[in-house]
Design a binder for this molecule. Sequence first.
Ligand SMILES: [Zn+2]
Length: 218
Amino acid sequence: MPEILPGVHLVEGVEEFTHVYLLKDKGSTWTLMDTGLPGASKAVLAYLTKLKVEPTMVKKILVTHLHRDHVGSLRAMMEATHARTFAHWIDAAFIAMDPKYDGPGTPPAEPVTVDETIKDGDTIDAAGGLIAYHTPGHTPGHTAYYQPERKLLFSGDLFFGDGDGVVLTTPEYTHHLPTAQISARRVSHLSIQSLLTYHGGPILKDGGAAVRAVTSKF
Ligand SMILES: [Zn+2]
């Protein structure tokens, strides 16, 4: 089973180019990081079955940003798990399609209202404690989640895996590239062991070096 790090699972069977992470909390509960495209919920639920985890043991679903490949199965997973859902207050409005998102990348397929809107610096009692880092640029409310104890950064689409390293979010999918550069520079100051990217990667060791290799170019 793809438990890539202790308590960090890369869910099998979802669209190959998307990394949905299932995270073990400190107790017996679980957290889902992004949800995949519409239909990916089947694979997530099948994976939970394989782990012998009841869907209702998933207590929180965290969203990095509004794009369809991240929120496509949000409603289905909410219905299956009854988990509390979290997204940054800006992207939460776009996920609710109020207003509709008109920026680059594919918008949500259906409106979903998350339970909790978050802001930069909020801490979430999930996966041993996560800190929200508002990292706009890819989308206005893009948020990465940092686990300081284990130095894990769930970086959403701030970076894309590219061979052994990463590149910055590509311009065609990016709301504002210079803002993404500023966000990347900000997280480059974090101590990062594992960089848990959503497309390509992840970089399990010395993720910080992969980030700095990008930010040193601008
Ligand atoms: Zn995206």
